[in-house]
Write a protein that binds this ligand. Structure first.
Ligand code: 2BA
Length: 110
């Protein structure tokens, strides 16, 4: 068994959960915050059989989309940003999904 941990954009999470449940998977959404943009995102936990991992990844690919975001330097500038002369809005590409696939040692529903 594997634990798939996927960090996705909030805006994609409803559609993703609908697709996962429709395909017969179980999933848990945790509200999370990205460390860089400090904006809300969603962390989806899914316990799946080894042979289901590729199918779940294909659903993630289909339902989660990359987007370009602009981030303005916070005022007043942090020391680190000021040291790097970061004053212009910065464009970053936020990926569709950041995925970790972990081995599960034991699974129980009590
Ligand atoms: P954030 O940390 O808010 O990062 C959002 C986007 O900002 C990132 O998109 C990347 O394009 C950019 N970014 C992040 N850290 C940066 C840095 N130190 N310098 C320059 N640009 C930076 P993604 O890479 O697609 O990440 C989307 C979200 O997935 C992240 O939100 C974070 O919540 C999570 N994530 C990504 N990689 C991770 C990792 N290795 N471990 C844990 N969480 C991760």
């Amino acid at each position: 068994m594997k634990l798939i941990l996927a960090i996705v954009q909030d805006v994609d999470s409803r559609d993703l959960l609908d697709a996962l449940v429709a395909a017969g998977y179980r999933a848990t959404k945790i509200s999370s915050t990205g460390g860089f943009l400090v904006r809300g995102n969603a962390t989806i936990l899914m316990g799946v059989l080894d042979e289901q991992v590729d199918h779940v990844l294909s659903i993630l690919r289909e339902r989660c989309h990359s987007r370009r975001e602009f981030v303005s330097p916070a005022m007043p500038l942090s020391e680190a940003a000021a040291a790097r002369h970061w004053v212009e809005p910065l464009e970053v590409e936020v990926g569709g999904a950041t995925v970790f696939v972990l081995d599960v040692q034991r699974f129980a529903q009590l």
